[in-house]
Design a protein around this ligand. Structure first.
Ligand SMILES: Nc1ncnc2c1ncn2[C@@H]1O[C@H](COP(=O)(O)OP(=O)(O)OP(=O)(O)O)[C@@H](O)[C@H]1O
Length: 212
């Protein structure tokens, strides 16, 4: 279980600090909603380690995460867009998730498997710039698969997609979360995404996470 226990943080000039506590279970999507400016991205930044709380605890299965720099945390992050290098191919972008030193033939096989798992078999050599928004998010998910980190942070990942693509992409996120036992934390404004995907839902109100 991913557990945040009273993470206290204030941006410069912010009078009342945030106090964030939450639990996210493996194999489940935990949704975070809240008004614009309520602190959703700040929460993800704390979980990812881009900013540090002044106090509190953050653990995964009892192991402390706060002492780890972002690159050492067991965390992947997927944003609304701009997750890929546009000049690289689908397989080159996905391969960025491979552990350092993976032998080339093994890497090629793993990349092909990951692209197939996200429904992009045959797209290997296609340049990212020429992929649709939904296909780009699938490549980013293939990279996440190869990174194989147990926590997936999603910041409005479906917002740039049309209705049909957002449905199929969120179904994929749900399936990957269950299959790989990820602790997926989804920031979303959209009630239908939360209803379709989330097992637990917190809303940020006055700087605190309230279970909905
Ligand atoms: N680096 C910073 N320095 C000072 N204030 C900041 C900084 N980053 C964010 N803030 C402020 O902190 C508050 C929370 O911002 P945050 O981006 O976490 O909100 P959000 O809920 O993700 O908003 P949105 O839904 O609009 O993306 C906002 O009032 C914002 O202006």
């Amino acid at each position: 279980m991913l557990r945040a226990d009273d993470l206290v943080f204030a941006h410069p000039g912010q009078e009342e600090p945030y106090h964030f506590s939450l639990e996210a279970q493996p194999g489940e999507v935990t949704a975070i909603s809240g008004a614009s400016g309520s602190g959703k991205s700040t929460l993800l930044d704390l979980l990812a380690g881009f900013i540090a709380p002044v106090s509190g605890m953050l653990t995964l299965d009892g192991e402390d995460l706060l002492s780890l720099p972002p690159e050492a945390r067991p965390v992947s992050l997927l944003l609304q867009a701009d997750n890929l290098f546009e000049h690289l191919s689908a397989e080159e972008n996905a391969a960025l998730g491979l552990p350092r030193g993976t032998p080339k033939p093994t890497g090629q096989q793993l990349v092909a498997q990951a692209l197939a798992e996200v429904g992009l078999a045959g797209f290997d050599t296609k340049q990212a710039a020429n992929l649709s928004g939904g296909q780009k998010q699938r490549v980013a998910l293939a990279r996440t698969l190869l990174r194989d980190r147990p926590v997936l942070l999603l910041d409005e990942p479906f917002s740039a997609l049309d209705d049909e693509t957002r449905r199929t992409t969120r179904e994929l996120v749900g399936a990957l979360t269950r299959r790989h036992n990820w602790h997926t934390v989804l920031v979303s404004h959209h009630a239908d995404d939360i209803a379709a995907l989330a097992s637990a839902h917190y809303r940020i109100v006055a700087g605190r996470l309230e279970r909905v």
